[in-house]
Design a protein around this ligand. Structure first.
Ligand SMILES: [Zn+2]
Length: 291
């Protein structure tokens, strides 16, 4: 298999039951796209949750709104949400979840404007400014300046910022990228770094280390030597790929890769790095124990 196939080799997958994952100090669930749930001490923090999964037809032709039934089916507990950039496939569900669960939201001003548009209270909104750390339950959270891959014919799609409160329904292009942040979360049991788009700024990662990197794979061919640069900079022991699945396809169907993603190629890139970190490919909704 190579770059041209969208097939997924099920032998890549490794995961455990939710109960097994939760038996340790730090559990992780992947929910498609760049969406994860991180749990420690019964505290549930979501990263770039995207459960609505509109069809490509809807994305191209319609205004988009969160799909409450799909969100509620997967989101049972939510204390906080961290968002790395405000494209719809990373941010559209966040305001709905924040309101439904009275959860705090950590993100750029653009992400916070999405929440304001949906009527989320200011007391729930935390802007991730460079260098600032925030305590959220057992976690310490910070946003690290990063950049979005220029995969769309050399450009970032929907560039710019969301400068005023924006409510849904809204067209996909209204979800401007905003500031792009790597999400660094640490707790007593370890540290995790979330890369929601396949690019990085090494100068911002000086002194940043992560035991686990949650790594976007799509669009990485637009960023020279992306995979090895991530491993050089963050020195993880474990890599979990994300944003490889067709996020316009229901999670109730078997997953397919985004055309050109080449997850097999990504696994080979990680394995060819001298540090040889472990890689775990989670199935959609799959859990794993990080510590
Ligand atoms: Zn994006």
């Amino acid at each position: 298999m190579g770059r041209l196939t969208t097939r997924v080799d099920e032998s890549w997958f490794s995961h455990t039951s939710r109960a097994e994952a939760m038996a340790g100090g730090l559990a992780l669930q992947w929910l498609g796209t760049a969406g994860f749930r991180l749990v420690s001490n019964d505290h549930h923090v979501w990263l770039d949750p995207h459960l609505s999964r509109h069809s490509l037809w809807q994305v191209a032709t319609q205004q988009l709104a969160p799909n409450a039934a799909r969100i509620d089916a997967d989101v049972d507990q939510c204390h906080a949400i961290c968002v790395g950039h405000s494209h719809f496939d990373h941010a559209i569900d966040t305001p709905f979840m924040a309101k439904a669960h009275n959860a705090r939201v950590y993100g750029s001003e653009s992400t916070l404007n999405l929440c304001r548009g949906h009527g989320v209270g200011e007391s729930q909104l935390v802007r991730l400014d460079p260098g600032e750390r925030h305590t959220e339950g057992p976690f310490s959270i910070r946003g690290v300046p990063s950049q979005h891959s220029t995969f769309a014919f050399g450009r970032v799609p929907a560039p710019g910022k969301i400068l005023a409160p924006l409510d849904t329904p809204a067209r996909a292009e209204k979800f401007r990228v905003g500031d792009v942040l790597g999400l660094h979360l640490s707790c007593d049991h370890g540290s995790v770094y979330h890369i929601g788009s396949a690019d990085l700024i090494e100068a911002e990662l000086t002194g940043v280390q992560a035991d686990v990197v949650l790594c976007c794979t799509v669009g990485r061919y637009a960023t020279e030597n992306f995979t090895h640069r991530v491993l050089d900079a963050l020195k993880p022991k474990l890599v979990i790929p994300c944003h490889w699945d067709q996020f316009w396809r229901s999670m109730d169907k078997s997953p397919r890769q985004i055309p050109g993603n080449d997850l097999g190629g990504f696994l080979a890139e990680v394995q060819s790095h001298p540090s040889r970190p472990e890689v775990r490919v989670l199935p959609q909704r799959g859990w794993t124990r990080l510590a």
